[in-house]
Design a binder for this molecule. Structure first.
Ligand code: F0G
Length: 462
């Protein structure tokens, strides 16, 4: 498997504009945490030093994108920037119809509507992202995750840990006739940004055709996935990332994209697909919720920035730098024996909280406790992908905890330098030495659906 060494080659861009950041004191951060109810989402961003909460909407745009903003055509209908976006999306995806949306979850909501998802239906994925799952479950439908079992073991090396378990998929389809869509998430965010192989996409496509079920990609990080295919699937190593992306889409019927990731923009999304009936249903529905189908809740200038971002993200120099940046941080942590999810994924390093804090049971939220400790001690904001986000209560009121308890350090695109990553790395290594001092938390307010955004906690006494 290709591995970057300890050095990080210079990025393929230079800095034209800066945004100051400031490190507060531990005493100040203790106070901010108390006021925030120990929920990292409630901390004012200005009080965060290195913000690794998400790679979504946090990219730095290029001068080419910023100059595109000035060319925004703010006409209500049929603005020129829509046609620019449509041309770029059609070129990459090959789909007939392109519909902008204001972000990924609105695209998901519209697709669920157009496919008539309701309590009699199900959808299946390698692993649904939480908003996709929530969109499906909020109409009463069932969401099945069928990622390969290796995905649940943070120590196993597998080149494509985001792959769908295709045997399990066939089995499910023979047992259940109510599955109305198969969605493969590339890369698999919930499993740590792990890629899906083209071979797997081809197999899923064959199964989808056999059972006549629409097959969509959740394409939020399609370009990063394409680069992993280039590096790890030998037969495609001579293709450009764009050619690989084109192949990925060519085996599917449509995609939903949160463009806040590989669109390299701060807001935006789209749906692209071939089925005219589904397209028409989405177009007619979205005027109630998103806006006219050529702007989808975005300004003309946003559409232009996205059209340009989608072109830039497929640059091989950019994707190589992005990959190496993640490898650099991951390798340094691995060498220091920090328990992280292996191999390193496309957009995030994930600390394995169950191995980092084995003294905290899942009922006291070890992943959440780790995010709090990272912020309190170093001003670094991360996000828990564990018991707060994914645990659920069964009918008999007992709790089911997720197999993985991760703390995600999502790296925003083109934002942080090697020095920032070194700070993060040193902080985690230091914290690991003090891990016995970290305590669990009690949830004092549980808001239910997507509870991580609004839950309130109290630290427990040891
Ligand atoms: N699909 C995937 C794979 C995602 O990672 C996200 C968002 C969405 C859909 C929803 O898109 O935010 O534009 O509405 N992920 C962000 C994250 C929030 O932090 O991973 P959205």
């Amino acid at each position: 498997m290709p591995h970057a060494n300890d050095t990080l080659p210079p990025p393929p861009f230079k800095i034209k504009m800066i945004e100051p950041i400031q490190l507060t004191t531990v005493a100040e951060r203790k106070e901010y945490l108390k006021v925030a109810g120990y929920n990292i989402f409630n901390i004012p961003a200005e009080k965060v030093y290195i913000d690794l909460l998400t790679d979504s909407g946090t990219s730095a745009m290029s001068d080419y994108q910023w100059s595109g903003l000035m060319l925004g055509d703010e006409s209500y209908a049929q603005c020129r920037n829509f046609f620019n976006l449509e041309t770029v999306v059609k070129d990459i995806t090959g789909f007939k119809f392109v519909i902008p949306t204001h972000q990924g979850r609105s695209a998901e909501n519209l697709v669920c509507y157009a496919l008539n998802l309701d309590k009699t239906k199900s959808a299946v994925s390698n692993q649904f992202f939480d908003t996709t799952r929530a969109n499906i479950e909020s109409v009463g439908a069932k969401a099945h995750d069928l990622v390969i079992p290796e995905a649940y073991n943070t120590l196993i090396h597998h080149d494509f840990k985001g792959n769908m378990d295709t045997e399990a998929l066939e089995k499910l389809l023979t047992q259940k006739s109510n599955i109305v869509v198969i969605i493969v998430t590339v890369t698999n965010n919930t499993g740590g940004g792990q890629p899906v192989s083209l071979k797997n996409i081809v197999t899923v496509s064959k199964i989808a055709k056999k059972y006549d079920i629409p097959f969509f990609l959740d394409a939020a990080r399609f370009a990063e996935n394409a680069y992993f295919i280039k590096l790890r699937e030998k037969e495609y190593s001579d293709l450009t990332p764009k050619e690989i992306a084109q192949k990925m889409f060519s085996y599917t019927d449509g995609c939903m994209m949160s463009a806040k990731k590989d669109g390299l923009v701060n807001i935006g999304g789209f749906i692209a697909l071939n089925n005219e009936k589904t397209y028409t249903r989405i177009k007619e529905r979205m005027v109630i919720t998103e806006g006219f189908p050529t702007y989808g809740g975005l300004a003309g200038r946003d559409l232009e920035a996205l059209a340009r971002g989608l072109t830039e993200v497929l640059s091989e120099d950019y994707l190589k730098y992005r990959y190496q940046q993640l490898q650099y941080l991951g390798n340094k942590l691995e060498k220091a024996n920090i328990p992280i999810l292996l191999p390193v994924g496309g957009h995030s390093i994930n600390l394995d909280a169950l191995r980092f804090l084995p003294h905290i049971p899942q009922s006291l939220f070890p992943g959440w406790a780790l995010t709090i400790a990272l912020y309190e001690n170093y001003g670094i904001r991360s996000v828990e992908l564990g018991s707060v986000m994914f645990a659920y209560q069964k009918e008999d009121n007992t709790w089911v905890y997720p197999e993985l308890e991760l703390v995600r350090l999502a790296i925003p695109r083109r934002v942080y330098s090697r020095e920032h990553l070194d700070y993060v790395c040193h902080s985690i290594i230091e914290l690991y030495k003090l891990k016995e001092q970290i305590k669990g938390l009690k949830m004092t307010h549980d808001p239910g659906l997507l509870r991580h955004f609004n839950a309130i906690f109290e630290p427990i006494a040891k």
